[in-house]
Design a binder for this molecule. Structure first.
Ligand code: MTE
Ligand code: MOS
Length: 769
């Protein structure tokens, strides 16, 4: 079935924050932000902005009546900078005008005097200087120290992992509307309505119930609106409170790129030891996460990095260290995979280096070390299924790995300047928020007397198809047509204390809550039906295709008829239900536990062709076996797998996000920051699903949002293989993204060194003339 909002999207009718009808007298806000990565604010002059036509007011930190300090995990981030600025793009003041254009123009007029201080942009430097957020963490399994001596081969290496921009279509935005008494309604493009509600309440010194946050849908988020959306909602609310008028804040694309945090770059060091046959005996890794200037979600992202450091492999002796390092970049934040992809990249790099040193194929080492049911993760949980080897074996078989290998070898033997490469990429991603308490959700369901149904949950539709799945779940539970179900906006007044829409668990949590709430109403309806049908066992009533069945036999009662009767019998046709994932916990002192309800696994085979003279490459195909569970909407899930894959491929290849040594974003527009487009995507994407029922997901389904991104990691190693086919002797770096420029720099290091020297010489000459 198509998504329930597909028609609105195609017609351009889908509503986002700033599509809502504009209230009278609405004002528009724009943000003035720091232009230096670190500095002391000596003076801030808002007057030049106020002098402009159409400007109504401007606010700085001193205008915040309550708490100017926020953050879901560690509240270390001022909404507006006070004495110091810590990254380029940090908000310092908000200007409000009668139009968006005049507000944006006025924001540029604000004058700030700053004493610039030395900035740190590299995580290892921050670590050495003691700039650490939270505490460094270490997971231990077995005993690496004593395992090294049993290893036939030990290799060490370093990974430099690049960042990634979310590039959601809809930039950050919010509209705040002051209401009677001391209350406010805020329409926010957020994955985390409760965080916006909490933060605005604290900022104004109000109770939570005074703030109503409402979200219809997001034009994409990918983690970028989990924590960071709160800031913009709060700034709109601040202005609305001062002026007692509706205020809208919409970031322009360039401001959004500059002012918001991105995926965490990592510098990671690994050491891996294997037997002669390639069995991994020990693995030690140190992850230095570039967290940016404030905590944001960095410690939670780091935690997931630790959880996924051994990916889909069983390693009996492992020591996994990680530290969130504070730098002067915009606070790094959630992005699809949430620290998992970085961990898996390092693991794959370590395996690759081992394979290269042993002179065997990568997949030989991978295959020997796959994770089986009963194997223990470094965090203490046992793997429950054989999904990793099953997807691996199936991928090898149905996609004919031996043939792929043979074809690539043959191609490479017959071609000089172009080479092919392939790589297998198994994944194993834990499902559940790693912060156990977040694994809770509620749903509110009403059935009206005409048989139509209203469902509110704490989940946000952000393009992932949540609404379609929740509607499908309600329709399955009631046994009625999906067209009868209306999915309401996500609203903090209807659903209290909601968790963010994240960690791929939104359908699991909110879908289960929807099943429970619908089930309550259904049970009451069965009692009514039994009365109407004059039968004694309501539990033998069932509803299918809107017909009421008794003991499997169709009766003359229908859904619509039943609802009319239920009202007359004074039946409660509303229900609220709560769901919390059972059986999960994690002990942060021992660093052991059972944090995940289950894992999602799969295996991909990526094939590329590289032009070794130009550095450009094509992704020929990606062939995947993915564990989907019993899907409630396979079309939506297919979209998630392909979309996630695209984002993973982009992260590894063309998305080259760069900051200068002074913390200035260099890839600051879409001319310098490239994302994969339809032509970049492989000609062939083959998808095969494993569809066993999953007991944690509604109707046996499995989470699907993030895991497929990590198949994209395979492309890096496929390109690397092609590079090695051309230049077997070169030392190649584990540095992502592997852009065509990077490919050339690594294939021809001498030439590029000379060129860099020539450029340096000519610029010195130019400077001296
Ligand atoms: N798909 C679309 N189209 N847009 C998005 O913003 N976000 C991803 C993924 N798929 C996203 C998406 C991320 S980061 C997560 S965590 C999941 O969707 C969240 O939704 P779910 O929990 O319903 O899977
Ligand atoms: Mo997704 S990164 O958990 O919002």
């Amino acid at each position: 079935m198509k998504r329930i909002d597909a028609v609105y999207h195609v017609r351009g009718e889908a509503e986002y924050v700033d599509d809502l009808p504009q209230p009278a007298e609405m004002l528009y806000a724009a943000v003035f932000a720091s232009t230096v990565a670190r500095g002391k604010i000596l003076a801030l002059n808002l007057l030049p902005a106020l002098a402009l036509d159409g400007i109504v007011a401007a606010f700085a930190a001193t205008d915040i009546p309550g708490t100017n300090q926020w953050g879901s995990i560690i509240p270390d981030w001022p909404l507006l900078a006070t004495d110091e600025v810590h990254y380029v793009g940090q908000p310092v003041a908000v200007v409000v005008g009668k139009t968006k254009a005049c507000a944006q123009k006025a924001a540029k007029k604000i004058a700030m005097q700053v004493e610039e201080l030395p900035a740190i942009v590299e995580p290892k430097e921050a670590f050495v200087r003691g700039q650490i957020i939270g505490v460094p963490r270490t997971f231990v399994l077995g005993d690496v120290e004593s395992a090294w001596s049993n290893c036939y081969l030990i290799v060490e290496g370093t990974c430099e992992i690049g960042s990634q921009e979310h590039l959601y279509l809809e930039t950050q935005r919010a509209r705040a509307i002051p209401l009677e008494g001391k209350t406010m309604r805020v329409y926010s493009a957020t994955q985390n309505p409760y965080a916006a509600q909490r933060t605005i309440a604290q900022m104004l010194g109000w109770p939570h119930n005074a703030i109503e946050v409402d979200v219809k849908r997001l034009g994409g988020a990918f983690g970028g609106k989990e924590e960071q959306a709160t800031l913009w909602a709060s700034l709109a609310a601040l202005a609305a409170w001062h002026l007692q008028k509706p205020v809208e804040l919409v970031l322009s694309r360039l401001d959004d790129l500059k002012m918001t945090g991105k995926r965490h770059p990592y510098d990671s060091d690994f050491k891996i030891g294997v037997t002669k046959e390639g069995q991994i005996l020990a693995y030690e890794v140190k992850h230095y996460q570039n967290a940016g200037a404030y905590a944001d979600l960095s410690t939670a992202v780091l935690e997931r990095t630790l959880f996924h450091s051994t990916n889909a492999y069983f390693i009996p002796n492992a020591k996994i260290f990680g530290a969130s390092c504070r730098t002067n970049l915009p606070p790094s934040t959630a992005l699809r995979g949430f620290g998992g992809p970085q961990a898996m990249f390092v693991m794959e790099s370590a395996i690759t280096k081992v394979a290269e040193k042993l002179g065997v194929s990568r997949e030989e080492i991978q295959r020997k070390n796959l994770l089986f049911a009963g194997d223990v993760f470094p965090y203490g949980q046992q793997m429950q299924t054989n999904s990793v080897p099953r997807t691996w074996q199936k991928a090898e078989q149905i996609y004919h790995l031996s043939k792929i290998k043979q074809q690539v070898e043959q191609y490479n033997a017959n071609h000089f300047e172009t080479k092919k490469g392939y790589a297998l990429m198994p994944i194993c991603f834990g499902i559940s928020f790693t912060k156990t308490f977040l694994n809770q959700a509620s749903a509110l369901v009403h059935v009206y007397t005409d048989g139509s149904v209203s469902v509110t949950t704490g989940g946000v539709e952000m393009g992932q198809g949540l609404s379609t799945k929740i509607a499908a779940i309600a329709s399955l539970t009631f046994g009625i047509g999906i067209q009868r179900i209306k999915i309401e906006t996500t609203n903090t007044t209807r659903i209290a204390n909601m968790s963010p829409t994240a960690a791929s668990v939104t359908t699991d949590l909110n879908g289960n809550a929807t099943m429970l709430a619908s089930g309550q109403i259904l049970d009451r309806l069965k009692v009514v039906a039994a009365k109407e049908l004059r039968v004694s066992e309501p539990e033998r009533i069932a509803i299918a295709d809107e017909k009421i069945l008794y003991a499997g036999e169709e009766t003359n009662l229908t859904w619509a008829g039943l609802l009319e009767k239920a009202f007359l019998y004074r039946t409660n046709l509303s229900a609220h239900a709560f769901y919390a994932t059972p059986g999960i916990s994690f002990d942060r002192v021992k660093e052991k536990g059972h944090p995940f309800a289950y894992h999602v696994c799969g295996t991909a085979i990526v094939e590329v062709t590289l032009d070794c003279l130009r550095g450009i490459y094509e992704i020929d195909s990606v062939k995947i076996v993915h564990e989907l569970g019993r899907s409630v909407n396979e079309l939506v899930d297919r979209g998630q797998v392909e979309g996630g894959l695209a984002q993973g491929l982009g992260w590894m290849t063309v998305e080259d996000l760069r900051f200068s040594g002074k913390g200035q974003l260099l890839s600051k527009n879409l001319a310098t920051y490239k994302i994969p487009d339809v032509y970049f995507m492989p000609d062939e994407i083959a998808l095969e699903f494993l569809t066993e029922e999953n007991s944690f997901g509604p109707y046996g389904s499995k989470a699907v949002g993030e895991p497929p991104l990590m198949y994209g990691i395979g492309v890096f190693f496929a390109i690397r293989q092609a590079m090695r086919a051309f230049q077997p002797q070169r030392e190649l770096a584990f540095k992502s993204p592997l852009t065509p420029e990077q490919v050339l720099c690594q294939l021809y290091p001498q030439e590029f060194q000379e060129m860099a020297e020539n450029i340096a010489v000519s610029s010195t000459l130019l400077a001296s003339t």
